[in-house]
Design a protein around this ligand. Structure first.
Ligand code: APR
Ligand code: ZN
Length: 362
């Protein structure tokens, strides 16, 4: 198959012919139809987060089942599916507790040992987040494939796999935003726009969107923001105070990835408010928070991994909300790229040109 291989950080990925090993028991091979380009891919292209090169990036994906290993009854070749990324061992403390987004399999778990699946001669190539979607095919455990209804486009399905899951999950599963709330959303990219529309969906009264780019704030309004702040020339904390009569926001989501903007999110809260870290900050970054004020104001700061989602439960409900016209997902698709244009897709993401760019296959 063809795959986009990252051999060296910050260097162009190389689109080339590689070999994918066949699926074994419990696994599914999927022909990829659409794969979103997420800022997490960009982070791993650009910085050290512990991923080992060479690597095929991409983790937001929908496609068609192409082959199944022994014992897989859940799907058959020809079925349309959305993929969840990462591991769900089903046996660790967190999986058993119903929090598979925190799955912590032991280092010798078969789940981890199944890599590398992609080979170039005798050199193994890793699959980002156990998916590796910038390729024609991938192999995942059957637990990570969720059926995609016939009437939902692959591009929409792909977005459900990360941007929607992460944004919607942050609002609905992690923070559990209450109707009538004031919600601050910092960063209006693929994930942030889903935080905005999920907040609107659960009845937030005021949604204050922050970005440094006016084109992103336009999108934010389209997805439900009631107020916009351009942080390139406005002070976020004081603007939020002014917009809330000095009170502060009930919830503040940081969907960028900087310690400073996480601090601003926290500082924009009312007493008892909740700040949610969605963005993936650099390794080793630290926050400066006033613990005395934290105690005196009963403020909360929390993180959320993958929107605290359980794919088998949450993907179908997001897909149903899309079918019911309650989640705008086609509107997120702002540009399509062929696999050979993968490096341009990363450039467009970094330049802030797209709500979401996708690599599409025919
Ligand atoms: N203040 C406000 N907005 C900013 C700032 C800033 N200082 N810096 C960047 N932004 C905006 C960008 O203009 C862009 O619209 O943040 C947005 C980020 O969006 P994307 O690049 O589309 O990234 P996305 O895929 O949404 O991911 C956002 O969440 O899951 C994590 O790893 C992901 O850290 C990343 C974050
Ligand atoms: Zn992602």
């Amino acid at each position: 198959m063809k795959a986009a291989v990252l051999y060296e950080r910050r260097a162009p990925m190389v689109v080339e012919e590689v070999e994918l090993k066949p699926p074994v028991a419990g696994e599914v091979r999927v022909r990829i139809m659409a794969a979103g380009v997420c800022h997490s891919d960009y982070h791993h292209w650009n910085s050290e987060y512990g991923s080992i090169l060479p690597l095929v990036l991409g983790h937001e994906v929908a496609g068609v089942v192409d082959a199944v290993g022994d014992g897989v009854a859940k799907v058959r070749p020809g079925d349309r599916v959305v993929l969840a990324f990462g591991h769900r061992c089903g046996e660790c403390f967190y999986c058993l507790k119903g929090e598979p987004y925190l799955c912590a399999p032991p280092a010798d778990a078969p789940l981890l040992k199944r890599f590398p699946r992609i080979w170039k001669g005798d050199r193994g190539i890793n699959s980002f987040l156990a998916v590796g979607a910038f390729a024609q095919y991938t192999i995942v455990p059957a637990t990570n494939v969720i059926p995609l209804p016939e009437d939902v486009p692959f591009e929409v399905g792909a977005l459900v796999g990360c941007a929607v899951a992460t944004g919607f999950g942050a609002v609905v599963n992690a923070a559990k935003v209450q109707p009538g709330s004031t919600v601050l959303v910092m960063g209006c990219g693929g994930v942030g726009l889903n935080v905005i529309q999920a907040a609107a969906l659960v009845g937030a009264a005021r949604i204050i969107a922050v970005d440094i780019r006016d084109n992103k704030l336009k999108y934010a309004e389209q997805f439900g923001a009631t107020h916009c702040i351009n942080a390139s020339h406005e002070d976020v904390v004081s603007r939020v105070r002014a917009l809330t009569g000095g009170f502060g926001a009930d919830y503040a989501f940081e969907v960028i990835s900087h310690p400073k903007t996480i601090e601003h999110a926290y500082e924009s809260l009312r007493k008892g408010g909740v700040a949610v870290v969605v963005g993936m900050a650099p390794v080793g970054a630290m926050l400066t928070l006033d613990p005395l004020a934290m105690m005196r104001t009963s403020r909360v700061i929390m993180g959320t991994a993958y929107g605290n989602i359980r794919p088998a439960v949450d993907f179908p409900r997001m897909l149903e909300l899309y079918r019911a016209g309650k989640l705008k997902l086609k509107e997120l698709v702002s540009r399509r790229f062929g696999l050979t244009e993968i490096n341009d897709a990363f450039r467009a993401l970094d330049a802030g040109e797209v709500a979401r760019g996708l690599v599409v296959f025919d």
